[in-house]
Ligand binder design. Structure first.
Ligand code: CA
Length: 379
């Protein structure tokens, strides 16, 4: 089988109710670069790149596309190393790796379709056929109702059956953050897991002080307390707090994660399959984490394709540690309104009572609705 073409689709949808996080910019649109790879066998595979879609598209079209055409999709890691080698001299480890991730995911989709198996069967098999999903939400929308809106939204997720929720923090006022987290914990009760995500907005002392103040609120993990470049700082925060510290959605490749994992700078690493190098590279990152006693719980933020790829990857991640009643890695199921996530697959990945079934269909286990693809396509 030979690859005959690589096509990028830049999709964009408007966000009706703009929201923000501690990063400080308002989300008014959701966009994604979708990668379509076709073959001479008539099999098409789909991938997705995290981050600025037009940049991803440009990197693929100008740097990768011609090197991929004519190759056998089953040479997925040969292709990966070749593309990485093509760009490594230029020091761009972020968006170039996200662009490479979209190609890698599409190749896994093709391989699965070629042999009639879901991707998780090709990467070791399913440790579980159902995933526990956690709802990511509780962004900042109405600055006059920050506590009330968080409580309302958290209650909605509990009513929908979610057993775990992740909320945004980082309002420039640790007392307000603490009040808001405490109000959500009070509203959802002790039985629902609650994680907090600061989107790297704190200094080390602020993160430690706020983390200690939140210890009584039974926080599942404290995500991205500080800037991703500051590995020494992560070691300090992680050692200082009893609660787990998580991060890694802004790290890329096995080399980017190596020091973080070997130093146990975080308790949980969160590579994104659409950003950190695709399914091929995230498997290596997960293996390295396992060897160092660090949990791997992937980050996910994208369309139906990125979500499906994350589900396939998660199904094949072992419990760390294995146990009679293990605590398996959970699926990040982001809940802000996004038609690219909800409509792009003919049978979208959905949760019921907080559980997501791992699709058994070939490849990523979803079929793309081309009419929806065209509807949101801007380039
Ligand atoms: Ca995050």
């Amino acid at each position: 089988m030979k690859i005959t073409d690589v096509t990028c689709h830049v999709l964009q949808s408007k966000v009706e109710q703009p929201f923000t996080s501690a990063r400080g910019w308002l989300y008014t649109t959701r966009a994604s670069c979708i990668v379509e790879i076709s073959t001479d066998a008539g099999i098409t595979g789909w991938g997705e790149c995290y981050g600025p879609a037009a940049v991803n598209r440009s990197i693929i079209e100008t740097q990768y596309r011609s090197r991929v055409i004519g190759r056998d999709p089953f040479d997925v890691e040969v292709i990966w190393e070749d593309l990485y080698n093509r760009i490594k001299d230029y020091g761009l480890t972020g968006m170039t790796i996200a662009a490479l991730s979209g190609i890698d995911i599409a190749l896994w989709d093709i391989m699965g379709r070629a042999v009639g198996k879901p991707v998780h069967k090709l990467i070791g098999g399913a440790h579980r056929t159902e995933l526990t999903a956690y709802a990511t939400g509780l962004y900042f929308i109405d600055m006059d109702r920050l506590v009330e809106e968080a409580v309302d939204e958290a209650r909605k997720y509990v009513e929908q059956g979610f057993q775990a929720i992740k909320m945004k923090i980082g309002l420039g006022d640790p007392k307000l953050d603490l009040r808001r987290v405490a109000a959500v914990r009070e509203a959802i009760g002790p039985g629902i897991k609650l994680a907090v995500d600061a989107n790297h907005c704190f200094t080390v002392p602020h993160a430690i002080r706020l983390g200690r103040a939140m210890e009584d609120l039974d926080i599942l993990w404290f995500e991205e307390p500080i800037s991703p470049e500051d590995h020494d700082g992560y070691v300090e925060v992680t050692r200082a707090l009893d609660m787990a510290v998580a991060g890694g959605e802004n790290d890329f490749t096995r080399w980017g994660f190596r020091d973080v994992i070997a130093r146990k700078a975080m308790d949980i690493v969160q590579p994104d399959v659409c950003a950190a190098g695709g399914i091929s590279e995230c498997r290596k990152i997960a293996a390295m984490a396992s060897a160092h006693g660090v949990e791997c719980v992937p980050h996910a933020w994208g369309s139906a394709i990125g979500l499906a790829a994350t589900v396939q990857f998660l199904a094949a991640l072992p419990d760390t540690p294995p146990a009679l009643r293990p605590m398996p890695p959970m699926l990040e199921f982001e809940q802000t309104p996004n038609p690219l996530r909800d409509l792009l697959a003919r049978e979208p990945i959905q949760q019921q009572r907080g559980i997501v079934r791992v699709p058994e269909g070939p490849g990523l286990g979803i079929e793309i609705d081309r009419e929806v693809l065209q509807r949101y396509r801007v380039a």
